[in-house]
Design a protein around this ligand. Structure first.
Ligand code: KIV
Length: 277
């Protein structure tokens, strides 16, 4: 159970605010995880996780789609509501889905507002170019905390041509380093670094005063995030290098379902105790 500090079950436990997450840089590593529903959120709430992301990876792991592009703001609002219902301590951040922020700052504010009204306390957007930074500044100006996202940008998968390691060549690495500093200047309280070399992530982490949260970015980031279903081993076929599986739940779940089916077909379920007289 809780190892480093009290869980939400502890009455003294305070919720993690945006400034509290920022303040963890340099003092404590940040454990972050994605989540999409209330049942898992309730479990996460009982352990020491500081940040929970309702990722648009829901498109992949919940809806079975190849990319994150088809998921929309309505789905992200529903998943945000569900997670918020089960969570009391970790900072809840929601991904802004494809085309919910890119068109204009006005569109971004309207859609980020919907996520905050659904229970998120901050939003995450992908990219570090000048257009996105302009939108981030406007979000922050109206009081909406923003997490940045650099490196592999799943919403730009068709531009990058696949889910490849980013920042490998010197100009790309230099651009990312500059963009990380500019994201901080634009007002981001934290930045996700996805699938980049560990030494680049280390340089970025030293260059900015906001926490970096890595996924496939090595051990020098200020925190780490994994997709919940990957960590739990719900898809045995998906095992990228950067994922550590802490359970093999696919096996556990299949066994439970097979036992149930056997019991029903063998007339062993329900028993008298499981029936009403
Ligand atoms: O959508 C997502 O799950 C993410 C994480 C991989 C950071 O953006």
């Amino acid at each position: 159970m809780s190892r480093h500090y009290p869980s939400s079950a502890d009455p003294k436990a305070k919720p993690f605010t945006v400034p509290a997450i920022r303040a963890l840089k340099g003092s404590e590593k940040i454990a972050a995880i994605t989540c999409y529903d209330a049942s898992f959120a309730r479990l996460i709430d009982q352990i020491s996780i500081q940040l929970v992301l309702v990722g648009d990876s829901a498109a992949n792991v919940i809806y079975g789609l190849d990319t994150t592009l088809p998921i929309g703001i309505e789905e992200m609002m529903m998943h945000t509501r569900a997670v918020a219902a089960g969570l009391s301590r970790a900072l809840l951040v929601s991904d802004m889905p494809f085309l919910s922020y890119q068109p204009s700052a006005e569109t971004a504010i309207t859609n980020a507002g919907k996520l905050l009204q659904s229970g998120a306390r901050a939003v995450k957007v992908e990219g570090g170019g000048s257009h996105i930074r302009g939108i981030i500044s406007k979000l922050v100006e109206v009081g909406i905390p923003v997490m940045g996202h650099l490196g592999l940008l799943p919403q730009s998968v068709h531009r990058s041509g696949g889910y490849k390691l980013q920042g490998r060549d010197a100009p790309d690495a230099e651009r990312m380093l500059v963009e990380a500093k500019l994201l901080e200047e634009a007002g981001c309280f934290s930045v996700v670094l996805e699938k980049i070399p560990a030494d680049l992530a280390q340089k970025i982490t030293s260059a900015v005063s906001i926490p970096t949260i890595g996924i496939g970015a090595g051990q020098h980031c200020d925190g780490q995030i994994l997709v919940l279903y990957d960590l739990l081993g719900l898809d045995p076929a998906f095992k990228p290098r950067f994922v550590r599986r802490y359970a093999e739940l696919a096996d556990v779940i299949k066994q439970a379902l097979a036992d149930y089916a056997d019991d029903v077909m063998g007339g062993k379920f329900p028993s008298d105790e499981e029936s009403f007289p």
